[in-house]
Write a new protein. Structure first.
Length: 166
């Protein structure tokens, strides 16, 4: 099974401008501006590791694609994330992000100035996630852009396991 070709059956995509009207969005999918990895480390009381599924570099178009699972110390899948990097310049940050290191923690480690712009919150089903996470429930997710105007912007989609929804 190729996890990076996951196709979700979307029940609902909620525009960020409409989220203020909703009363029951799980806190983990709220518009938290900090590091998602740090948040789930705190919530799960566990060190978070990365299982890299696929990485591609498109040198002509200056793009980089990455698919990962964030896992706790018991190797339980917590968050599936895919990111598309649009490189404006050949940025050193790309070299500094270790293959098995969460993006957000790398930004913190190298003290990079970034801005997050949230686009959508997802409420969806996915057979692949149901099999991997052993659940038969809808999955929450979100899509946002991390911007550093000098070097890059990154579009990130995250889908959360029920273990971190609170």
């Amino acid at each position: 099974m190729l996890i990076y070709n996951i196709k979700t059956k979307v029940v609902c995509i909620i525009s960020i401008t409409k989220t203020q009207k909703l009363t029951k969005i799980p806190k983990i999918t709220s518009l938290y501006e900090g590091s998602h990895t740090r948040l789930i480390q705190y919530q799960a009381s566990s060190i978070i590791n990365i299982a890299s599924l696929q990485r591609k570099n498109y040198h002509i178009e200056k793009k980089k694609l990455r698919y990962v699972w964030l896992k706790n110390s018991l190797y339980t899948n917590i968050t599936f994330a895919r990111s598309l990097w649009n490189l404006i310049k050949k940025a050193n940050i790309i070299k500094n992000i270790e293959k098995n290191s969460p993006i957000g923690l790398s930004f913190i480690k190298y003290q990079l100035d970034i801005h997050k712009k949230f686009h959508e919150i997802y409420y969806c089903y996915c057979k692949d996630f149901e099999n991997i996470l052993a659940i038969k429930k809808p999955i929450w997710g979100r899509k946002y852009t991390i911007i550093n105007s000098n070097n890059y912007n990154v579009i990130i989609q995250e889908f959360f396991s029920q273990d971190i929804i609170f």
